[in-house]
Design a protein around this ligand. Structure first.
Ligand code: FAD
Length: 429
């Protein structure tokens, strides 16, 4: 059986943050990093928009401002962001405040989907040069923490200390690992909403602020705004029973290499928290996803704002360039009526937020604007941690989005460093 001092599962920012920290503090430790894909599949690979202002990405139950800022300095050293310029923020903030809404001012950078891939390649090469063994295209299947080894689809690997950082994609995998490790966890929060797509001239704020973070009443917010060469995409999910559903998402390519397509997209999400008897955000999300798939013949739904306002479903001819003025960037989507698929309580507050947004940035509710549904973010599993370093057993640590310790690239990296500090202690003789 192969053996390493440190095994890291997931080569996203959480795994990388941990690997760099351990190589810096204990260069002679043997380290293996595993990923089921050749390149990590989270935010670094998709759009790679990075936020450098607390609390964006940092769940406040795990991070104080001082703590986050301290780690952020180290994250900044590795990610070397070019912070984007912002303008006219005061005007938008004033308009928002009058409506009881907030616009957060965040330090941001944007590499784009192509730029993110270059960053990943650079960081992997650096880790390789530092002596980290990379096993890309290898999937972890199970763990035995009593005998201290994991099983992958290729081999058994022993460890002194183990970090699981499987991201949002590994949400279900992480739940299985927590169950097998006997670690209690909660999964009772989920974000549900729509992705809005419109012409740049109907949402010109993006020229002043790349990813404006608006907070509306009733836990509704804008999230992940993309412009330049911006596209809406769909992500496939499979339930435990093997049924397929889709969530939409958005990304853009780097402004340096791609010509703008004149479109902007962003999500408007409501956070929903459950208590009893339903305590699984994932179960709820899956049911909503399946409901949307049922309405859309297996595809997500899309509806023009003009149709929505009239209470009519959108039809194929709502997506011509005659009546309305731009074709959807996500073609494989079903014209329909999102109000038949979305719970009224969620739709009501999201529509209210969109009306507020239209007052702050007039034009976004142009009849041609498209709402895609569903956009669902599984919040994360919330395991019971044993210490400040996200340790769940004597030698197993969890980091990143899948484990609820972050909600963005920079915080995921920071959470990896925090785990690494704990892992270094486990390795102390
Ligand atoms: C499509 C998409 C776009 C996003 N865009 C942004 C963005 O622009 N900015 C931002 O701040 N955040 C973004 N996010 C959120 C972002 O992914 C995260 O905050 C960040 O990447 C989380 O880092 P992570 O290391 O926890 O997980 P990830 O980056 O998701 O990495 C986890 C890795 O673990 C691997 N893995 C999972 N299970 C296994 C297994 N069993 N065996 C082996 N490997 C496994 C996965 O293949 C994956 O590469 C996005 C997320 C998604 C899904």
């Amino acid at each position: 059986m192969d053996f390493y001092d440190v095994v890291i599962v997931g080569s996203g920012p959480a795994g990388m943050g941990a690997a760099f920290e351990i190589t810096a503090k204990q260069p002679d430790a043997s380290i293996l990093m595993i990923d089921q894909e050749r390149f990590s599949t989270g935010g670094m690979r998709n759009d790679c928009k990075m936020n450098f202002t607390y609390p964006i990405g940092f769940p406040e139950e795990y991070w104080t401002k001082e703590q986050a800022n301290r780690y952020m300095e180290e994250v900044t050293r590795f990610l070397k962001p070019d912070i984007l310029h912002k303008s006219n923020i005061g005007i938008y903030q004033q308009r928002a405040q009058r409506l009881g809404c907030r616009l957060l001012e965040i330090r941001q950078s944007h590499l784009g989907t192509d730029g993110g891939l270059l960053l990943i390649k650079r960081l992997l090469a650096e880790l390789h040069a530092l002596g980290v063994d990379l096993a890309l295209g290898e999937t972890m299947l199970s763990v035995d923490d009593t005998l201290k080894y994991i099983q992958t689809d290729k081999r058994d690997i022993g460890y002194k200390t183990l970090l699981l950082a499987p991201g949002r994609k590994g949400f279900h995998f992480l739940q299985m690992m927590l169950q097998s490790l006997g670690v209690p966890f909660l999964d009772n929060i989920v974000d549900i909403g729509v992705r809005v797509e419109t012409r740049l001239e109907h949402y010109p704020i993006v020229k002043d602020y790349y990813d404006p973070k608006f907070y509306f009443p009733e836990k509704v917010r804008t999230f992940c705004t993309n412009s330049g060469d911006a596209h809406v995409v769909k992500e496939k999910y499979t339930t435990a029973r093997g049924d397929t559903w889709y969530s939409v998402n958005g990304h853009a390519y780097s402004a340096d290499t791609h010509e703008a397509n004149g479109l902007v997209n962003f999500a408007i999400l409501k956070t929903v928290k459950f208590t009893a008897p339903l305590a699984s955000g994932q179960a709820y999300a899956e049911n909503l996803g399946m409901q949307a798939a049922l309405m859309g013949g297996g595809r997500p739904l899309m509806q023009r704002v003009g149709d929505f306002r009239l209470g009519s479903r959108s039809k194929a001819d709502s997506f011509n360039t005659d009546l309305y003025d731009f074709p959807p960037s996500l073609k494989d989507c079903c014209p329909g009526d999102i109000s038949l698929a979305m719970p009224a309580k969620i739709l009501r507050v999201i529509w209210k937020a969109m009306k507020n947004l239209d007052t702050i940035v007039p034009g976004v509710l142009h009849p041609s604007t498209i709402m895609y549904y569903p956009e669902i973010k599984l919040y994360a599993n919330k395991p019971v941690y044993l210490d400040d370093h996200f340790r769940v057993t004597g030698s197993v640590f969890l980091a990143g989005d899948g484990a609820g310790t972050s909600r963005g690239i920079t915080a995921a990296w920071a959470s990896g460093i925090r785990c690494a500090e704990g892992m270094l202690r486990v390795m102390e003789p």
